[in-house]
Design a protein around this ligand. Structure first.
Ligand code: ZN
Ligand code: ZN
Length: 300
């Protein structure tokens, strides 16, 4: 898929953010510095809040390696297209792994991101895209910055580039996109298993109703010589109804997006596993996790 299919014009971009390197995954957060030192003050969150607010209308921004802590190999490199949610709060409230917490310690405010796409070849701003310098990143460390001419040029240079969804990154546990600006104090909401069943119903509806879901099945079929092949267990068969298109982040997806690459094609059994064998009813198993439990061959 080309970048322009997600971002039809430069005005559909929120802007650019400087990052120190490639996001290691798997936790879908993007962290910022705080404003002041008191987490009980609303202003503490202003960098995250600004991004979360803009996510309501222009959820996508582009990350580029830059800043003091950038690893040399990423300096000036266009790394990813990121989709932000309107949920922000303390970084430590959103991450579950100790390792991620440590890594993000110096950036105590975060927004939840629902998707990330790598950009083909991770081009360099100056050498590959012909920018005169890296000034597009000025002041893009604690926020997402949009300067009209620079964003126009960036889109012009990037819109034909291929983008690929990172399937190893997903939003935190129990996250869903509430569709409004939200300061979250913890991972939420807390839901019961009973409600989890209702979620599964909702998910199935969302997955079925999408044109992109159908397109994902068509593509799977076309690229496998007339059979469908399950991405979880490898089952191959000609019968379309044995396979579902499964949204990788169904409950975080919100109303705005469904592209063909948002879906994995799964056999009905793997699809049930994806939703029911997960420890969190709002976050299905990832495709690598599913492959691991279904075939024991692939490590997540
Ligand atoms: Zn399967
Ligand atoms: Zn599903």
């Amino acid at each position: 898929m080309k970048l322009k299919e997600i971002i039809p014009s430069y005005r559909d971009l929120m802007g650019v953010k400087a990052v120190y390197g490639r996001s290691p995954g798997p936790e879908g957060v993007m962290a910022f510095g705080s404003h002041g030192n008191d987490p009980n003050e609303r202003s503490y969150y202003s960098h995250g809040e600004s991004v979360a607010r803009r996510a309501l209308t222009t959820p996508y921004f582009i990350t580029i390696g830059g800043g003091e802590r950038v690893l040399p190999e990423y300096d000036g490199r266009v790394l990813a297209l990121v989709r932000a949610s309107p949920v922000y709060g303390r970084t430590e409230a959103f991450v579950r792994m100790e390792e991620t917490r440590k890594r993000l310690e110096q950036w105590p405010v975060a927004i939840i991101i629902t998707e990330m796409y790598t950009i083909e070849g991770e081009p360099l701003l100056v050498e590959d895209l012909g920018f005169p310098d890296k000034s597009i990143l000025a002041n893009a460390f604690d926020g997402v910055r949009f300067v009209d001419e620079q964003m126009n040029l960036l889109w012009e240079r990037l819109h034909e580039y291929e983008v690929t969804p990172r399937r190893d990154i997903s939003p935190p546990p129990r996250f869903y996109d509430p569709g409004k600006l939200t300061l979250a104090w913890s991972q939420y909401p807390t839901i019961s298993a009973r409600e989890g069943d209702v979620r599964w119903e909702t998910t199935k509806k969302l997955e079925r109703s999408s044109k992109a879901a159908k397109a994902a099945k068509d593509r799977n079929n076309a690229s496998n010589g007339g059979r469908y092949v399950c991405e979880g267990c490898g089952l191959a068969d000609e019968t379309r109804s044995l396979f579902d298109a499964h949204h990788l982040h169904p409950l975080a997806a919100g109303p705005r997006l469904s592209t063909i690459d948002s879906y994995a094609v799964l056999c009905v059994l793997c699809h049930r596993w994806a939703h029911y064998k997960s420890t969190d009813p709002l976050v299905p198993l990832t495709v690598p996790e599913l492959q691991s439990v279904r075939t024991g061959k692939v490590k997540a």
